[in-house]
Design a protein around this ligand. Sequence first.
Ligand code: ADP
Ligand code: MG
Length: 708
Amino acid sequence: MNLNSSLLSIPGIGSYFSWKLKKLNLNTLEDLIYHFPFRYDDFSAIKHTLEAQIGDKVTIIGEVWSIKNIYTRYGKVLTQAIFNDGTSPVTLTWFNSAWLTKQIKAGDRLQVSGKISKYKNRFSIMMPVWEKISEIRNNTPASRTKSEIRNPLHTGRLVPVYPETEGLSSKWLRAKISFFLPKILPQIEDPLPNRIKENMLDLTKALGQVHFPSSWGEIEKARQRLGFDELFYLQLATLKSRHDWELKPTIEKFQISNFKFQIVNFLDNLPFKLTTAQQKVIDEIMVDFEKTTPMNRLVQGEVGSGKTVVAAAAAFIAYLNGFKTLYMAPTEILAFQHYTTLSDLFKSFSVGVGIYTGSRKFTSSSLRAKRSNLKKKIASSPSAPRNDVPDIIVGTHALLSSKLPTENVGLVIVDEQQRFGVEQRSLLRSKAKVPHFLTMTATPIPRTVALTLYGDLDLSIIDKLPKGRKKVKTYVVPNKKRSDAYKFIEKKVRAGGQVYIITPLIEESETMLAVKAVKVEFERLKKEIFPKLNLGLLHGRLKSKEKEQVISDFKDGKINILVSTSVVEVGVDVKNATIMLIEGAERFGLAQLHQLRGRVGREEKQSYCLLFPSTEESSIKSRLKNLERIFDGLKLAELDLKIRGSGEIFGARQSGRFELKIASFQDLNLIEKTRAAAKQILAEDSTLAKYPQLALKLETITSGAMPD
Ligand code: ADP
Ligand code: MG
């Protein structure tokens, strides 16, 4: 038995419970031992019933006088026991636990913990936790203010309460964890060097205390140590990866000064004047290009801040230097949109732009003839030299798994994706020299998170929107105003506006369920609400040809209302759209809603965002109402962090892999402390050869937990 043992294979757990454990994302013994309590019940006060005050959390020791099940008229079952510690009888009541009468019999001696209340003039404890006293150590009444169980788990102490799932109680978890902990802890070697550990608890001590603490003070110390670990290893991983990156030889240093004229000419010929923020980021990229280490930069900018043109400028510089650019978008819709935008931008610069996606098969006869090494065909814009691979190839993930010739790729642009971990690595592994990497995201990343998870990237921020953009007027709409909202929409459409209607986020990925839901809503809107308008339907399961058709019909104004799942969340740019209606708004994080809202308000026209929660609950409404006042994505992301925890930052899609269990991304102090510690280790030994334990730990982190 070791940390990696699968819970399924361990005696004492079995397939039923390991299946339940899986629901909590616990698969190995290590997972189980790292499943921490989220609170503790303090049942350490062992008292006589008569001494206890109503409302006290106590443990009492006594004997069961009687126990029976009572079936109520509503088909519920109550289990009731009369219990006495020699000072006063107490009624113990459990709900839906009929099986208890098999476990507890009259005459049994128990140690019982819970909150004392009064019911029908008698002391009472609802849903008490209990342990049987089998060994009778000392039966004199005076001893009854000491635990009569040598190592109590559920009573008479600080009792851990765990995140549970149906059929898997804290009581069960306590029993199992207390059984495995002493077997596993001796096998754990603390990877933290003493220098870093300083006066923090040893890892094994911390793990023991976090589950079965001897005092609140020990809990504090244990959590301090375990929280330190969480952030420290993330920091070490990102900083090490940054360090490794800096050792990589870049494909080639790009020339900037030789091409000053062309670059300025390109920028001057854009259909608009760059914002100072855009110009600043382009400058930062140019500085990176002239270095001998490859660029690894993350550009973060609000929706609509104009990241595409920054990427285009970078691709243009790569082109001038004789290198190709791969431009990756998260969806085919976006790839197609970028392809169109870039073809347009480069029309008069003889830069060839092509598109390559998993499903898109272009037929350009000259290409087919010349490029037999390309499994799928690449389409080129009219300006591209017909007989060559385009200078900029736009596509989806398919770009990386493809057989595209990548020797001459000098720049990889990744749009609207925080990370490209796995694919990026596999692309790079095959190369002696690596291209420059430019990643772009509209997802606001709080500074503390950026420091921790993106510490290996250089960060550029586009903090200004192009001039003239109006705030999107945002309203949380109660259900009784729904028909008014529809009337408002109809009126705006009559006046030439266009509308997005987003259906609720059902599951993490675009499943058939989500597709069905959007279809149902589409039919309802078409038949019952807007019979006279043109509605379009968009979701992730459409064929890419169909998607493009819908988007381009929407762009051309042939569709008034686009009913869609949240696939439009990222990047889609339709300037005439002025209303964004979001159903089931509470299912989204605030930052995510902000991103959806960014689909409208692209021009000077006043735009609107209507949020329809699917419940009238006031806490939900007040969370959403933040969007009525706050228009800063970063602020909203920080609120998400506060209200819903770190999982939110990365959207539902990443399904909380970054949920910190103990530490918090709001804890700037700890973040800086762990960062300094990680830096100290790497400064001394960047390969970690001296710290095999740390290196091993990092391997498990980067293979499983780093964002891909
Ligand atoms: P995002 O940062 O969300 O990717 P885009 O690159 O799609 O934003 O740009 C949003 C819109 O703003 C596009 O229509 C683009 O042409 C326009 N745009 C970009 N930069 C400027 C600018 N400096 N001035 C005016 N409009 C701009
Ligand atoms: Mg974009």
